[in-house]
Design a protein around this ligand. Structure first.
Ligand SMILES: Cc1ncc(C[n+]2csc(CCOP(=O)(O)OP(=O)(O)O)c2C)c(N)n1
Ligand SMILES: CC(=O)[C@@H](O)[C@H](O)COP(=O)(O)O
Ligand SMILES: [Mg+2]
Length: 674
């Protein structure tokens, strides 16, 4: 039985939540009375009598709605994990026992129960609480990576280490969602964990039937069958008579358990703990549980929200129409491309809405494929589609493309297949922190032979480049853009080198050639205007296709005294480095200074602030060019890697970029060498 925030559950939409009974859903007050303030750690929780737990769960739900509606974050997943997190910390003794959260977006309740209630006013803000587990915050936190489907592999490693260290009295619990379970890595771990009866791992499957949208695939159907008690004739997914998938792979199976009944959950977890063998506890939960606007949100049960009015569930900033996001521009153009190109198909890894493919899916359902949280499979599947005459567009967040690098390299590029990768959240994303910044793609994918990368500077270029990418059938293409609103169009004064050529955005002289990658064109044009006041003449260009390097850029470099490149990606190994190499290969001595992100894990914060900290705002770009022009500073030595600003670094590049803090404890293992 869950402790609901008493809002009308039958509410068909957020508006009806406005009739919320008084003093409940998200009152905006900080809870200072009741049980929650008395919970400063799992020990306090374990001392609570069971009959007070539903009351605590209700307080936690009100806390979540109050806090997350004020900061933004993952509301739906955490509302669904309230009772589960309470039961976990009552049955297992973190940090001696290791509790690992897959993806980590559902770990807010875990944080509330482990002494961090006070941090939620600055959730996901620079210097504030991370939106994911963070070892710098607590010894109770283990995995900081928010890429899905890793928890079971961690569990495999943790149990092996506990066994080697003789800590057979300590438990490893991996909490994984039904969506994350569709990731290949999870299945690789299942293959290992189930085959190790002497090395017990406890998998807690948090099954709400959804990723963002309903989870897809045969595994999802199997779980649906398991969720349904008994077997009835009308059941489209009959409960399997024989062993289920987990039992067939060597696990004991406990479930389905009501994921909002703390007593039932505790019973199952205690049973799992006593089994001393690999076991799956199948908890059935509701995403958004207990808060009407989330439970009734048909899109994604408020998976991730911005700032909203807790009483109604409506966004606070809905009044002021924001300029279109890159995602919405892509979504619109995909329907045009879908109509013009019958050979174009679209693939998502469980993120149709967030990547902007929902409209395409509605218009062209036969040409849209959601493969689950399975980016590697998405890309290899795209290779299969392309081998058979289609032109797949694989839309994903740049950071999640990291794990499909080998498929892009060896399954797509090696076969010179016409697959287009559309990478949203490329570059600094902001509040989701280090494992969400899409700052690796220009280096990773820039290494791939025959692959072309485009970085549109504005909406017009996005539309142009998408059509150019779809029209290119000689190999893979990439179109990448950030988590932001697209700025106003920046018209070119000239195009040099034909359709694939370089756009000249402004020209005031030839002391410096400023090469802008994508949306950094805006800051570069602004910097050029400032530099003119300093008597420095600059040519600002946008190559549009940033990889491979256009020969026009090398020709332009030969007619300028300095080249400065600016990219929302790593400062070394990306576009700037490739331009410097191309100039050197052409025998030019023109110094090239590359501006970009440091080779560090950049913490969470606002995108604009993090870009400025990395020297990528117009003032820093101006300063970099001035310094290079006046001091004739040659390019600095290769980036020595993370650590204090190296000698000779440009001030802008040496500014702290909120790197991820070190773990709170020493480098020792989980829970210390006790
Ligand atoms: C590799 C990877 N791809 C995509 C995502 C984006 N993402 C974040 S949460 C989520 C859905 C997770 O579903 P599930 O595991 O069922 O957890 P739930 O939100 O339902 O609790 C996705 C796709 C991710 N974090 N990692
Ligand atoms: C947890 C996860 O990977 C995503 O939900 C992530 O929070 C992306 O959020 P945005 O879609 O707001 O970038
Ligand atoms: Mg789920």
């Amino acid at each position: 039985m869950s402790a609901d925030i008493a809002v009308p559950h039958a509410a068909p939409d957020a508006a009806s939540a406005a009739r919320t009974p008084t003093g409940l859903a998200g009152t905006g007050t900080t809870i200072t009375s009741g049980l929650l303030p008395r919970i400063n750690g799992p020990g306090d929780l374990r001392r609570l009598p069971p009959d007070r737990l539903p009351e605590l769960a209700g307080e936690i739900r009100r806390f979540l709605v109050d806090k997350v509606s004020a900061t933004g974050g993952h509301l739906g997943p955490n509302l669904g994990a309230v009772e589960l997190s309470i039961a976990l910390h009552r049955v297992f003794a973190s940090p001696r026992d290791a509790i690992v959260f897959d993806t980590g977006h559902q770990a807010y309740v875990h944080k509330i129960l482990t002494g961090r209630q006070g941090g939620f006013d600055r959730l996901r803000q620079a210097g504030g609480l991370s939106g994911y587990p963070s070892r710098a915050e607590s010894v109770h936190d283990i995995v900081e990576n928010s890429h899905a489907s890793t928890a079971l592999s961690y569990a495999d490693g943790l149990t092996r280490a506990f066994q080697l260290r003789g800590h057979t009295d300590r438990h490893v619990v991996a909490v994984i969602g039904d969506g994350a379970l569709t990731g290949g890595l999870a299945l690789e771990a299942v293959n290992n964990l189930g085959a190790a009866p002497g090395r017990p791992a406890i998998i807690v499957l948090n099954d709400n039937g959804r990723s963002y949208a309903p989870t897809v695939g045969g595994l999802a159907s199997h779980l649906a069958a398991l969720r349904r008690p008994g077997r009835d004739s009308g059941n489209p997914s009959p409960r399997p008579d024989g062993p289920n998938v987990f039992e067939s792979l060597g696990f004991s199976y406990l479930g389905p358990v009501d994921g909002h009944d703390i007593g039932a959950l505790e019973g199952a977890l205690r049973q799992a703990r006593a089994l001393r063998r690999p076991v799956v506890v199948h908890a059935v939960t509701v995403k958004g549980k207990g808060y009407g606007p989330a439970e009734n949100d048909r899109a994604d049960h408020m998976h991730g929200i911005g700032v909203l009015d807790p009483a109604t569930g409506r966004p606070r900033d809905a009044a002021g129409a924001a300029p279109p996001s890159w995602t919405s521009l892509f979504a619109d153009e995909m329907t045009v491309i879908g109509a013009e190109h019958p050979g174009v198909v679209a693939i998502t890894a469980a993120m149709p809405g967030p990547t902007g493919l929902a409209e395409f899916a509605a218009r062209f359902p036969d040409r849209f494929f959601d493969v689950g949280i399975a980016e590697q499979h998405a890309v290899a599947c795209a290779a299969g589609l392309a081998l058979n005459g289609m032109h797949p567009i694989v839309a994903m967040y740049a950071t999640f493309c990291n794990r499909a690098f080998d498929q892009a390299l060896m399954d797509v590029a090696l076969h010179r297949l016409p697959v287009t990768f559309v990478l949203d959240r490329a570059g600094i994303t902001g509040p989701d922190g280090p494992s969400h910044h899409g700052m690796w793609d220009l280096v990773l994918l820039g290494m791939i032979p025959g692959l072309r990368i485009a970085a549109p500077r504005d909406a017009t270029r996005l539309r142009e480049l998408l059509h150019e990418a779809v029209g290119h059938d000689g190999g893979p293409t990439v179109v990448r853009y950030p988590k932001a609103s697209a700025g106003p169009d920046i018209a070119a004064t000239r195009r040099l080198g034909g359709p694939d050529g370089v756009d000249v955005l402004s020209h005031t002289g030839d002391q410096a050639l400023l090469v802008a990658v994508g949306p950094l064109a805006g800051p570069c044009v602004a910097a050029a205007a400032q530099l003119r006041h300093h008597g420095v003449g600059v040519t600002v260009v946008d190559p549009r296709w940033v990889t491979p390097v256009s020969p026009v850029l090398v020709e332009l470099a030969a007619t300028h005294h300095l080249v400065v490149t600016a990219e929302d990606g790593l400062r070394t190994g990306g576009v700037g480095t490739a331009i410097a190499t191309a100039c050197a290969d052409a025998g030019l001595t023109t110094p090239v200074r590359t501006l970009g992100l440091p080779r560090e894990f950049v913490g969470h914060g606002e995108r604009a602030h993090l870009l400025a900290a990395a020297g990528l705002d117009h003032r820093s770009i101006t300063a970099s060019v001035l310094e290079a022009v006046h001091l004739g500073v040659p390019d600095r030595p290769a980036d020595p890697g993370p650590g204090p600003a190296h000698a000779g670094a440009h001030p802008a590049a040496s500014r702290p970029t909120a790197p991820v803090p070190a773990p709170a404890r020493g480098a020792g293992p989980i829970g210390g060498w006790s």
